[in-house]
Structure formats: structure tokens, C-alpha cells
Design a protein around this ligand. Structure first.
Ligand SMILES: [Zn+2]
Length: 890
């Protein structure tokens, strides 16, 4: 028998929260690290420990044991502990690309305080891996990745070259039997030898060099007998040569020549569970996550960076908001394959991050408003691309509405003067602190007049935002007059001219710029008609006809969009599983259609469909039983001069154990889909690799959009989709429909005996929240046929133009822009050390020139190290990612 060399790497895998809450797991974390520190300090035969590649463990521990920071630091500095590089072990498909980068940057910065991060892209438990991960790792200076899940059948050895779409590649150590292959080592040498000999039988054919034996598993403590048992095992026999080593040391000695090669994402279930159903459980988590990401990445950072001074940059507030988002990106957190306490915490962290981000964005827009020279409404474009679009605002209604404007509602003027006594006047004034009376109503002035009969106090109220009304001074004036004439009659009046809420289309607003509001003529006005037949919306670019029986709609004559198909799901938080006796509900009992807005700027109809969905799955027969009535409201919206149809489907979920999908026919049959993933659009086929332990279900996540067969669907929050209705032809298989998962209800964290995954993937714990019963569910999406730029469409749908109301008197002109970026998609605009930093990516297969008008600076890597200077523009390779720091001027 040939001898095998066995490299043992002691570690633990620490899910911060999962089948227990964060605090419950942390009690064990503190015990584990306490024991680890004592062990490493007292026993040199226990040489090393890998703290799971994530700094959150260190912070969580030190929050309880701050006194042990120096002990941790000394051990890390001595190479006995490896920390970082991540802040947390995120899910790569559900977290945004920017979240993944911030996670890595947070981890690197925090690890620097402990002597530096482990220089390995350690990705042990993620449910598959994104295509651009090798590029992200390379841009952060890493040459190695370590992965388990998602590796395809074509990789047959325990190392391969993994290449990103841009050509960046990392040597990737594959853990064919996971990160727990050497968990819980026996404390007796003979037993260890036997066990490892068995493992070599099972997995040895993968090994190109030493067999990597990962001594640890989920929440496992170190085994103090490691050094002794390894020494004894080496003394006992010659066939297995054991050594305890560090992960970086193992990798530095591992073979790197002649490796197999893989390009793109890793989503195969050929050898390990992909757990693809995590994309569609707890859809509320995914949709709130999308919203938070937009507020933080798409509004708070760029708007604060561009419209506030460097000294006002809210560094710490943003760090705190990002910390919540990064913590939520942990694979068991964002995937919601967790107990309800955990998902509640995830939702709360998102709510906190959103409140911070929205508040900061609103401050930045206020900053812009008060800096403008002209008073009145202005339109702000929060994205880099110059574009027109619709805005909604409240204006005075003294005259006719004017051309090209659609009136949504009118508000009549305020009541006439009332006679009040002095005490009532004092109490009214006592409540008056700010000029904002209501959301759209601002105090414009307070007029005080006096005559022989008494005192007239008039509040002038209007829609224009004001900050210059001297409230305190006027209050003092009125109190003085009341003091002087205690018996005077006070006539209190509101001068509130009528207002109207309007929607109008505005012309091209420069990217990261603004323009005073002015409606433009409509080339393709939106119309609704109901000529005694079905309701239709049209604008000359696209036509929508509602089917009043099925509740679906046609797009340009092609019927069947918006068909809701409800089937059973006897799965768990990780995987969908159809019951043996499945039945589907795909047509409503009754449909009504109401016209909500009839154009010309915006047309909206509301389709209300009443369905009867089964109540739950019978555990014995696996049949769907009982029935529940549910009212599903679908709002269809068509705007002037836009070819996208916006759809929002909402209902309160009445049923258990089911999966609801919306079917969207493809204009042309499709063999592949193109879906947004982090910094890329990935092409996926009709099938994925699986195995008997986990069926290769080709459901997949899309960040903001998926395109197939000429249809582009932009959606709110990461969404699960599948190409379905597959037809076989001599030239191959084609799909004719894309299904989006609206909701998946299951009541189990994990389960065994499922149709698509027989063995459990976690504890078999009932989790009521996974059923989503009684919860409002809403899916917002937009459909476009033949859209040439899905990124532009996604920006239009998800980051619309905004209205800011200027009091006037500032220095910015009535139109302008703060930053001009073209030639690539923008992922981030923020300040780093006072300097403006821009991150862009090229989602296309051609090289591009990224132009940042009038700016020079340095391209930097993801650690902030300068790479190349640029003047005005730089070249970006196909599918490349680049970070630019701008010199002066900002
Ligand atoms: Zn895990």
C-alpha cells in the first residue's frame, strides 16, 4: 500500500445563528473560545486553530470577554490562530455584490487589528458560489479559494483552477467531503488510523497531494488530545503520515500544476447539497433585503457623497447600517433556513439598516434642496445614467393643471377664519415647532394683523418645502400682543390654497444630477379602454389586455401573463418538494377589473381575483386538503413612453404547505436564461446537475432581473425563477415560460424523506414562520419585451427619479450634475477617507472605456492599494470590476 500524507487543519464552523438564536449560540461560542485560548496557551502540541474565516466570531466573543483581546491578538500574531478574511460567511447568491465586497473589507480591516487576515478565500459552507468570486478574491489579493458545495462533476480532483468571467482565476481547494471530514477525532491512535484509512478509501482518489483533513464541524470545540493522538498514530504505522498544519501552509505546499479548470458559477448538486430552495423560503426576507440594499447602495451612499460636503459624510452611521446588512448576509441568516427567532432578528436588522439608510438619503436630498438657487420642485436622478421618467408631486391648484400633466387628486383650500380665545391660540401655537404641517403641507408664512376688534392670525400653508419661517419670533410677537390685549378677540385662519397631486413625465435628467421640474409632451400617451369588452392598456409601444375570466393579461397579443399557479410543497426551508398527490389551482373563481388611473401619463388597472387554495397538505396521504378563499390583487401599470409593464401582485397568505408561482410566457422559446448575479449576468441552462440525494432542480436566484426568450423581468428583491414548459425538439430542448416564485410555505427547518432530498440538511425542527400564514405577500415586477438593457430597466423600476422641493436662495443652478460616469454599471459611490470612490463593473463581453468626466485619480484594489492612475477615463476588460478613487474637486 502506498503511504498517504494527511494534513490535519483544526477548526470550527460557527454559524452565528441558525437552529438556535445568535445569543444561544454565543453562549457556546464563549465557552469554545475560552477553552481554545486556554488550550493554545498551555499546550504547544496543539499548534493551531482556524477561526472559520470570519471576524464576527472574534467580535461576538470579545463583546462578552473584552479582557481577552490581547490573548487573542498574541495567539493570532504568533500564527497559532487564523482569523478572517471575511467578516461573516455570507450566502453569495442572496447577498448583493457590494455586500460581499463590504463584508470582505470589514473582515480585512478587523483582522488587521489582530495581525492580519488569513490570506485564503475560505468559503466552506456557502450554498454554491457566484461566478465573479475569483475576480473579487484576486482584487483583494488572494490566490487561493477553498470551497465545498456547488463543484461540478467535471472536477474530479481536490483542486482546480476556478476562473471568473473576466479571466481572473484562483487556485481552488475543493473539499470533496466537506469541511467536517475530520470532525471529532478519536482520542486513541489506532482508532484514528482506522478512521482516516477509511476516509482515504472514500475520498482519497480526489487527493492530488496531501489529504486535507478538516478537524472540526458546526459549533465544535477543539479536541485537546489532537497533538498526542497524532504523534502516537505516526509512531504506530507508516502508511498514513499525519501532520497538524495551518490552512495557508497546507495550500502553499499543495500542487498547482496541471489542474482541472472551471469557469463561472458553482451551482452543481453532483456531490453535495446545493439547497437551492433557500431563495424562495421567507420571501419577506429577500424582498426587504432588496429594499435595504437599494436604500444603502443606491441612495444613502451616492447621495450623501455627492450632495453633502466631505465633512458631513456619515461614516459611522453607514458603518453601523452596513454591519447589520453584512451580519444578515450570513448563509443561515439571509437564507432563512433558521428558527423564527433568527428570522425575526434578520428582519429587525434590515429594518434598522433601512431606517438609517433612508434617513441619511433624505438628509442628502434636503441638502441638495436647500443648495438650489431657484425655489420650487426639482427632479433628482439618483443613478449614473441620464434618463427621463415619471414623477409624482403636489403643486398649487390655482389655475388649470396645464398640459402633459395627469391629476391624481385635488385638495380644496382650508376653512375660513375661526374666532378663538387666547388660551386656545396659545395651545395651537404651543404645538407648532416645525414648518412641516403634514407630509405635503408646509407653513409658508404666519401673518399677524391687529385692528380695533382684535387680532388676526393667518397660517399660510402650501406644498413648497420651507425652512425659513421664523416660528419662534412670530410666536413671541403673538404672545406679546395677547399680553397687551388680554380681552382681544383672536380670529384664527388658514390660508391654504387648493393643491393637486399630479404625475408627469420629465425629460432627460443628467445622471447624478438634477433639473427643475417641468412636464414634457408625451409621445406615447398611456390609455385605458373598455369598449364594452376586456380592459386594455396601451401606449403605442406595448398593449396589455386583461382577461376578465382568468385574471391574466396579454402582452402585445400574447396571452397568459400573470397566471398564478398554486401547488403543494412538502419541502423544508432548504428545498422544494412536491407531494406525491399534488394538485394545482391556476384559475380563479371570480375576477373583477377596476380602472384606477386612465392616463395619459400613467394608466393603472386593478385586477382582483378570488381563488380557492387548499388549506394544507395531509401528512399521511400527502394530498392537499381543505380550502381557503383568498383575494389576490394585481395592479397593472403602463406609463407614457415606456415599453415596460409594471405589475404588483398582493394577497394575505391563507394556506400552508404550498408554492405559488407566477407564469410568464416567453415570446420565443429559450434554451437558457440570463440572470443578474453579483457584478455579472450569468447564463444558465434548462438543467442542473444533481444526484439521488438531491434532485437537480433548476430553480435559481436572480438579483434584479432575469431575461429569456426575448422577455426581461425586473423584480423587487432576489427572486427564484425557473424556465419551465420544456418542449423537446430535434435541435434540443426549449422552455416556453419563466416561472417566478411568489411564495413558498413550508413549516420545517429541515425534513427527511422528501421527494427531492431524502436526507435532512439541518435539524428537523418545526418552524411556524416558514408557513407565512396570515402574512401580507407582495411581489412587484416589470415585464419588457425586447429590452436592450436590463440594467437600465432595473434602475427605472427600482431606483426612480425623485422630487426635491427647493426653498430657493442657494448657489446650485436649476439644473446640473455632480458626477458623470459612463461606459459601465456603477456599483458604489461613496467616500473613503474623505475621497470620492466609485466602483464600476462591465457586464458585457466587450472591453469598455469608463469615462468619469473631468476627473482623475487612481484605480485601487479592494484593499485600497493603488494600481494605476487615470485621467478622465480608463479601460475596463470584459466582465471586469474596478474601483476608482478621485483626486480633489470632491
Ligand atoms: Zn454553515
Amino acid at each position: 500500500m502506498t503511504s498517504h500524507r494527511i494534513a490535519i487543519v483544526p477548526h470550527t464552523h460557527w454559524d452565528r445563528e441558525w437552529y438556535q438564536s445568535y445569543q444561544e449560540f454565543r453562549l457556546n461560542l464563549v465557552d469554545m473560545v475560552d477553552a481554545l485560548l486556554a488550550l493554545l496557551e498551555s499546550d504547544v502540541s496543539y499548534p493551531y486553530f482556524l477561526l472559520d474565516g470570519q471576524m464576527a466570531m472574534v467580535d461576538d466573543y470579545l463583546e462578552v470577554r473584552p479582557e481577552n483581546e490581547d490573548r487573542l491578538r498574541s495567539l493570532a500574531a504568533a500564527g497559532r490562530l487564523d482569523v478572517g478574511p471575511w467578516y461573516i460567511l455570507m450566502d453569495e447568491f442572496l447577498a448583493s455584490g457590494e455586500t460581499i465586497i463590504r463584508n470582505l473589507q470589514m473582515g480585512l480591516v478587523r483582522a488587521a487589528a489582530f495581525g492580519g487576515a488569513m490570506e485564503v478565500g475560505y468559503l466552506p459552507d456557502m450554498f454554491g458560489h457566484i461566478a465573479q468570486m475569483p475576480q473579487i478574491l484576486r482584487l483583494a489579493g488572494f490566490a487561493d479559494a477553498v470551497v465545498w458545495r456547488g463543484v461540478p462533476s467535471s472536477v474530479t480532483k481536490d483542486a482546480f483552477v476556478w476562473e471568473a468571467p473576466d479571466g481572473s482565476a484562483v487556485r481552488t481547494q475543493y473539499l470533496p467531503t466537506g469541511y467536517s471530514n475530520g470532525s471529532a477525532l478519536p482520542d486513541e491512535a489506532k482508532a484514528l488510523v482506522e478512521r482516516v484509512a477509511d476516509h482515504v478509501e472514500e475520498a482519497g482518489e480526489f487527493a492530488l497531494g496531501e489529504v486535507l483533513y478538516m478537524n472540526g464541524s458546526d459549533h465544535l470545540k477543539p479536541q485537546p488530545w489532537l497533538g498526542r493522538v497524532v504523534a502516537e498514530a505516526n509512531g504506530l504505522q507508516d502508511e498514513l503520515v499525519f501532520r497538524v498544519t495551518t490552512l495557508p501552509e497546507f495550500l502553499s505546499a499543495a500542487p498547482s500544476g496541471g489542474l482541472e479548470h472551471w469557469k463561472g458559477e458553482l451551482r452543481s448538486g453532483f456531490r453535495s447539497d446545493m439547497l437551492m430552495g433557500v431563495t424562495s423560503n421567507r420571501v419577506d426576507v429577500k424582498r426587504l433585503g432588496g429594499l435595504v440594499t437599494r436604500e444603502l447602495e443606491g441612495r444613502a451612499e451616492p447621495l450623501a457623497a455627492l450632495f453633502q460636503s466631505p465633512s458631513e459624510w456619515p461614516q459611522r452611521q453607514l458603518e453601523l447600517a452596513w454591519k447589520e446588512v453584512v451580519r444578515n448576509s450570513a448563509h443561515d441568516s439571509i437564507c432563512a433556513c433558521s428558527v423564527d427567532d433568527v428570522v425575526d432578528a434578520v428582519m429587525h436588522r434590515y429594518a434598522e439598516a433601512r431606517a438609517v439608510a433612508k434617513g441619511l438619503a433624505d438628509r442628502a436630498t434636503t441638502s441638495l434642496a436647500i443648495s438650489l438657487s431657484e425655489p420650487g420642485p426639482h427632479v433628482l436622478n439618483p443613478v449614473h445614467r441620464t434618463r427621463g421618467g415619471l414623477v409624482e408631486l403636489v403643486v398649487g391648484a390655482s389655475g388649470p393643471p396645464g398640459d402633459h400633466v395627469q391629476v391624481l387628486s385635488e385638495r380644496t383650500g382650508g376653512p375660513g377664519p375661526m374666532v378663538l380665545d387666547a388660551d386656545t391660540v396659545r395651545s395651537i401655537l404651543g404645538m407648532l415647532e416645525s414648518p412641516q404641517i403634514e407630509h405635503d403641507a408646509w407653513l409658508q408664512a404666519i401673518v399677524v394683523e391687529e385692528d380695533d376688534q382684535g387680532i388676526d392670525v393667518t397660517f399660510a400653508i402650501g406644498p413648497e418645502q420651507r425652512s425659513d419661517v421664523p416660528i419662534a419670533q412670530i410666536k413671541r410677537d403673538i404672545y406679546a400682543r395677547l399680553e397687551a390685549r388680554p380681552d382681544a378677540v383672536v380670529r384664527f385662519g388658514l390660508d391654504q390654497p387648493p393643491t393637486r397631486r399630479i404625475v408627469a413625465r420629465v425629460g432627460e435628467v443628467p445622471g447624478y444630477g438634477w433639473m427643475s421640474f417641468g412636464p414634457v409632451a408625451l409621445s406615447h400617451p398611456a390609455q385605458v379602454s373598455r369598449p364594452g369588452g376586456p380592459v386594455t392598456l396601451s401606449n403605442g409601444l406595448v398593449a396589455v389586455e386583461v382577461d376578465g375570466t382568468l385574471g391574466t393579461f396579454s402582452l402585445n397579443g400574447r396571452p397568459g401573463y400573470g397566471r398564478l399557479v398554486d401547488g403543494g410543497d412538502l419541502g423544508d426551508s432548504y428545498n422544494y418538494s412536491p407531494p406525491t398527490e399534488d394538485s394545482f389551482v391556476d384559475s380563479p373563481d371570480a375576477v373583477s377589473v377596476r380602472i384606477d388611473e386612465d392616463g395619459p401619463v400613467r394608466a393603472r388597472v386593478v385586477v382582483t381575483a378570488n381563488y380557492r387554495w387548499p388549506d394544507h397538505l395531509d401528512a399521511g396521504s400527502q394530498a392537499r386538503v381543505g380550502d381557503r378563499s383568498v383575494e389576490v390583487e394585481t395592479v397593472l401599470e403602463l406609463r407614457a413612453d415606456e415599453s415596460a409593464v409594471r405589475v404588483t401582485t398582493s394577497f394575505v397568505n391563507p394556506s400552508r404547505d404550498h408554492r405559488l408561482r407566477v407564469h410568464l410566457p416567453l415570446p420565443e422559446p429559450a434554451r437558457t436564461s440570463l440572470a443578474e448575479s453579483a457584478f455579472a449576468v450569468v447564463e444558465r441552462g434548462l438543467t442542473v446537475e444533481g444526484r439521488p440525494d438531491e434532485f437537480g432542480l433548476p430553480t435559481a436566484p436572480a438579483h434584479r432581473f432575469v431575461s429569456a426568450g426575448g422577455l426581461t423581468v425586473v423584480h423587487d428583491g432576489v427572486c427564484e425563477y425557473e424556465l419551465i414548459e420544456i418542449a423537446t425538439s430535434p435541435s434540443g430542448d426549449f422552455a416556453s415560460t419563466v416561472a417566478l416564485t411568489v411564495l413558498r410555505s413550508t413549516g420545517m427547518l429541515s425534513r427527511s424523506g422528501m421527494a427531492y432530498r431524502p436526507f435532512p440538511a439541518g435539524p428537523q425542527t418545526p418552524v411556524e414562520g416558514l408557513q407565512m400564514v396570515g402574512r401580507p405577500i407582495s411581489l412587484r415586477y416589470a415585464l419588457a419585451i425586447g429590452a436592450d438593457d436590463p440594467f437600465a430597466l432595473a434602475d427605472d423600476i427600482l431606483l426612480p427619479l425623485e422630487v426635491v422641493d427647493s426653498p430657493g436662495g442657494g448657489s446650485r443652478p436649476s439644473s446640473g450634475r455632480e458626477l458623470s460616469i459612463s461606459g459601465a454599471e456603477v456599483s458604489a459611490v461613496r467616500r473613503v477617507g474623505g475621497v470620492l470612490e466609485v466602483r464600476v463593473f462591465n457586464p458585457r463581453s466587450e472591453p469598455t472605456t469608463v469615462t468619469i468626466d473631468g476627473q482623475s485619480g487612481w484605480l485601487v484594489d479592494l484593499r485600497g492599494y493603488p494600481q494605476d492612475p487615470f485621467e478622465g477615463s480608463f479601460e475596463l476588460r470584459p466582465f471586469g470590476l474596478a474601483t476608482a478613487r478621485l483626486n480633489g474637486g470632491y
